[in-house]
Ligand binder design. Structure first.
Ligand code: NAD
Ligand code: IPM
Ligand code: MN
Length: 353
């Protein structure tokens, strides 16, 4: 029996709703497998600003550092949009968590589920056989450079060191070696100097992986190719901002923003797990949010932070069954609420895990 000690940060908007569904699934999974769940609940983002005056209170951060395993819903929303810089939920909590915990490897999968192919807005032949993973660099680039205003306007500095590019490229090639042995590096090297460094460094790293095919694409072209020939990609390696943008686009292939999980990892054993979607203020509080991305993020936490492959696979099998059976929220054409999907997946794990 293992105690699963992690930090649970529901956050804002639909964060607490999809979070509650994931917690129900984690509870069922730990009961089924005889583990103990020890979740440290903390406020983050706008909820923490409202209650405690800071988007990342000291207790919240201390818990994240201590457990090294974090399950996060989403932060931000219109209520806090008037705030500036690090007073904002996004810049004041999510970004420092990623940076200070050195979570530079962000993994976001895209594999359209067979049951959702007819639901997606794209033709079946654009979706069948798509199975790629985006390796997004998460602690560098324009997100973290100097930003500000001056007499001429505003600026956001984009910087990358060779070390920052090299270490994420190594992660991408290592992953490709376990998959179909192809890396597609996405940059804007026809314009940006950081992208030129990116491309040179990726080419150098590739020399240590002679079995892996490397291709380069400019990010503007990638946004088109992803939707027209997504089958051509295996591991897509890209910088922070491009990775943010193209993974929202990837959700179109998968049928909804509500189905793609993510893991953000350090070199050590610290991991933060969160859906790629945000706090979805347009549907918050209505029980409409799809909890699957959050549930799959929780499964990834079990696998990657607690070495519980069996338990994670049981959750993934339950999600698979929910999708096949149409036990889904409205974004996927189903009739269930957020909590009903969570309860369905939890019950399936209990009975079949
Ligand atoms: P969003 O991802 O919250 O929503 C985009 C669209 O997708 C909306 O129409 C929303 O209803 C839909 N959607 C998102 N998640 C869904 C789900 N689980 N089920 C069904 N539909 C879902 O992006 P946005 O509207 O641009 O941003 C809203 C807020 O979230 C902003 O404050 C933004 O900064 C923040 N945000 C936070 C994170 C994070 O915490 N990791 C990520 C992205 C955006
Ligand atoms: C994401 C989000 C964040 C990002 C925002 C909220 C800072 O969009 O995790 O995809 O841009 O990384
Ligand atoms: Mn995003």
């Amino acid at each position: 029996m293992t105690t699963i000690n992690f930090t649970y940060l529901p956050g804002d908007g639909i964060g607490p709703e999809v979070g509650a569904a994931a917690m129900a699934v984690l509870t069922a999974t730990t009961e089924r497998f005889g583990h103990t769940l020890d979740a440290e609940h903390h406020l983050v983002g706008g909820a923490a600003i409202d209650a405690l005056g800071s988007p990342l209170p000291a207790d919240t951060y201390a818990s994240c550092e201590k457990t090294g395993a974090i399950l996060l819903g989403a932060v931000g929303g219109p209520k806090w949009d008037h705030l500036k810089g690090a007073d904002r939920p996004e810049l004041g909590s999510l970004l420092p968590l990623r940076k200070n915990l050195n979570l530079y490897t962000n993994i976001r999968p895209c594999k359209p589920h067979a049951a959702l192919i007819d639901h997606a807005p794209l033709k079946r032949e654009r979706l069948e056989g798509v199975d790629f993973v985006v390796m997004r660099e998460l602690t560098g680039g324009i997100y973290f450079g100097d930003k500000g205003r001056d007499e001429q306007g505003a600026f956001d500095m984009c910087r990358y060191s060779e070390m920052e590019v090299e270490r994420i490229a190594i992660k991408a090639f290592d992953l490709a070696m376990t998959r179909r042995k192809k890396v597609t590096s996405v940059d804007k090297s026809n314009v940006l100097e950081t992208s030129r460094l990116w491309r040179e460094t990726v080419i150098r790293v590739a020399k240590s992986y002679p079995e892996v095919e490397l291709e380069h694409l400019l990010v503007d072209a990638m946004t088109m190719h992803m939707l027209t020939r997504g089958q051509d990609y295996d591991v897509i390696l890209t910088e922070n901002m491009f990775g943010d943008i193209i993974t929202d686009e990837a959700s179109v292939l998968c049928g909804s923003m509500g189905v793609i999980p993510s893991a953000s990892l350090s070199d050590g054993n610290v991991g933060m797990y969160e859906p790629i979607h945000g706090s979805a203020p347009d549907i918050a509080g209505q029980g409409k949010a799809n909890p699957i991305a959050m549930i799959l993020s929780a499964a990834w936490m079990l696998r990657l932070s607690f070495d519980m492959d069996l338990e994670a696979s049981a959750i993934e099998a339950a999600v698979d069954a929910a999708l096949h059976g149409g036990h889904t929220t409205g974004d996927l054409g189903g009739k269930l609420s957020t909590s009903q999907v969570g309860d369905w997946v939890a019950a399936y794990v209990k009975d079949n895990g």
